[in-house]
Design a protein around this ligand. Structure first.
Ligand code: URA
Length: 241
């Protein structure tokens, strides 16, 4: 673990918010390795012994959760408009302060990971970490071979060109003028799948994420979640290298 600022470490461990942790430090409630700390800027990691009012701080247990996110829920831990957020779906069995790794749009359903392990989350979200994500999109219209080729080879969007993608038309409904398309991408730009289809003239009507690397939604219905197994966590960490 990389050293982080004391107030961040305390906040991540669930002692108090970052602001409140700064106050605790400034008011002389916090010791690191037996030494009273009142200035900001001290960095710590798991090897440091931190006490708050003489009570040793235990690091919060790491949790790794796979959720089947429903539509109509925000991928965040709070919302300024008071809409439902993914952490509202967690029951009392999850007391750790987990947050989503990346995000799915409000109207997108599917596989979302949540954790309180910052290092793990940062690795998975790093552009260098190429993990395949599979989306199923219901789009307006019928795609031409040329449009599929464009989606697969890379499309110029605002500020970037998409990397190679895999695209398969699963079904077409000529009467309703719509198609179901499976797309596998490894990037994670905001609204990327919708923007890619928009760029070739097909509005996405419905979107869901079916898999994330080797993880699937098997065994879960919308709104449910489960802990990742130790093997799954270890494999995701290994794939990060
Ligand atoms: N791409 C999108 O457009 N939306 C999502 O929620 C995920 C990927």
């Amino acid at each position: 673990m990389e050293k982080v600022r004391l107030q961040k470490y305390m906040a991540d461990a669930g002692v108090a918010s970052r602001r409140k942790s700064e106050e605790l430090i400034a008011k002389g409630h916090v010791k690191v390795n037996g030494k009273l700390i009142t200035e900001m800027g001290v960095k710590v990691d798991n090897h440091d012994r931190i006490e708050v009012d003489g009570v040793p701080m235990e690091e919060e247990k790491k949790r790794y959760i796979l959720m089947y996110k429903p539509r109509g829920v925000i991928s965040a831990v709070s919302d300024d408009k008071d809409r439902k957020v993914v952490t509202d779906l967690l029951e009392d069995d999850v007391r750790e302060r987990v947050y989503p790794i990346g995000r799915l749009d409000y109207d997108t359903s599917g596989l979302l990971l949540l954790t309180n392990d910052g290092e793990f989350a940062n690795h998975l979200m790093h552009p260098r970490y190429h993990v395949d994500k599979t989306y199923i999109a219901k789009v307006e219209g019928i795609l031409t071979t040329e449009e599929i080729r464009k989606l697969e080879n890379g499309i110029k969007l605002k500020g970037y060109t998409t990397a190679k993608a895999k695209v398969r038309v699963m079904s077409k409904d000529k009467k309703k003028n719509s198609s179901i398309v499976r797309m596998v991408i490894h990037e994670g730009h905001n609204h990327q799948v919708k923007n890619m289809f928009d760029a070739v003239g097909h509005k996405v009507e419905k979107l869901s994420r079916e898999s994330y690397d080797f993880l699937t939604l098997d065994g879960l219905v919308s709104g449910q979640y489960r802990d990742l197994t130790r093997l799954e966590v270890a494999t995701l960490k290994k794939n990060q290298k």
